[in-house]
Design a protein around this ligand. Structure first.
Ligand SMILES: [Zn+2]
Length: 265
C-alpha cells in the first residue's frame, strides 16, 4: 500500500482461529449469515498475526507491531488456537534484516503484538528504538505474559503520551478501551493518509456492526465508543485502513452507499 512516499507492507507471523460466536460473545450464527466472507467454512474466524513494515521516509525502517513470536497454543477453553513464528522469515523476503529496523512501534502491549520484540532474553531488533504509549507500559509492566519481554527491551523503550507525531510521517492517535494506551497509527504524506487500527478493530466485520465486540477489550464500553467514533470517521472516506488481525492483513476502505456500509479491499 502506497501512501504518498510511504510504503506500508504486511509482515505475516502466523494465525489465530476461534469460533466466531465465541470470540464475538453475544453474536449468533444467524447474525453471521450476511458476513460469511469473514468466516471459514467451519464457522471459525481466522485472525492473522503479524506487523506492518513502513518505509520511504529517509533511512527509517519502521515495524509496527511485532507479531506473536515463535510460539503456539490453545485459547478460549481449547476451542481456538494460535501459531506464530514466521515474521523474521517474512521480513527477510522483503530483504530486511532485524538490524535494519530503526523503530518498532506497538499499537498496544498485548502478547500477540510484542512477540518478536525479544527472543529468549535477547533483543531481536538490535538497532531499533521501541516505542509505545506510556499508559500501556504502566498497565502491562507487571503482566505475566509480557513482563519478561518488556524487561529485555526496557533500555530501548521510549513512550509517547496520547496523540501526536511519533516518527517522520507517522502519528499516534489515542484510541483507548481495548487497552489503556491502545493506539491507531496514522501514516500521512502530503494529502494521502492511511491507518493501522491496532486491535481497535480485530476483523473488518466490526467496521460494519457497531455493536459487535471481541472478547479481549479491557474496558468494553470505552472500546465501543472508540470504535463507533472511528467507524463514523472512516465511513465514506477514501482512507485505506488495515489491522494486524485482518484476513490477509490487507488494506481496505469503508464505503457507504444507500445507508449501508461496505468493506471493500
Ligand atoms: Zn491482538
Amino acid at each position: 500500500m502506497n501512501i504518498g512516499d510511504l510504503v506500508a507492507e504486511p509482515i505475516y507471523d502466523g494465525v489465530m482461529r476461534a469460533p466466531a460466536t465465541v470470540f464475538y460473545r453475544d453474536t449468533t450464527t444467524e447474525q453471521w449469515a450476511p458476513h460469511q466472507r469473514f468466516l471459514e467454512p467451519d464457522g471459525m474466524i481466522r485472525f492473522d498475526l503479524g506487523g506492518f513494515l513502513v518505509r520511504g521516509r529517509g533511512d527509517r525502517v519502521v515495524l509496527i507491531d511485532a507479531g506473536m513470536g515463535p510460539r503456539s497454543g490453545l485459547i478460549r477453553d481449547g476451542r481456538g488456537s494460535f501459531e506464530g513464528g514466521q515474521l523474521l522469515n517474512n521480513l527477510a523476503t522483503h530483504r530486511v534484516r532485524p538490524e535494519d529496523i530503526t523503530d518498532v512501534l506497538f499499537t498496544h502491549l498485548h502478547f500477540d503484538h510484542v512477540g518478536w520484540a525479544a527472543n529468549e532474553g535477547d533483543i531481536v531488533f538490535p538497532n531499533a528504538t521501541y516505542r509505545c504509549d506510556i499508559r500501556d507500559l504502566e498497565h502491562f509492566r507487571d503482566d505475566e505474559r509480557v513482563r519478561g519481554t518488556l524487561a529485555v527491551i526496557e533500555s530501548r523503550l521510549e513512550t509517547w503520551d496520547g496523540s501526536g507525531p511519533v516518527c517522520p510521517g507517522i502519528d499516534a492517535m489515542s484510541a483507548p478501551g481495548h487497552t489503556p494506551g491502545s493506539t491507531i497509527v496514522v501514516m500521512s504524506s502530503g494529502t494521502a493518509r492511511g491507518m493501522l487500527l491496532g486491535d481497535v478493530v480485530h476483523c473488518p466485520v466490526e467496521l460494519l456492526e457497531d455493536e459487535w465486540a471481541g472478547v479481549g477489550d479491557l474496558d468494553p464500553e470505552l472500546a465501543k465508543r472508540t470504535r463507533t467514533a472511528l467507524n463514523r470517521e472512516l465511513e465514506g472516506t477514501d482512507t485505506p485502513v488495515a489491522a494486524a488481525h485482518f484476513p490477509g492483513m490487507v488494506f481496505g476502505r469503508l464505503l457507504a452507499a444507500e445507508g449501508r456500509r461496505n468493506w471493500v479491499v
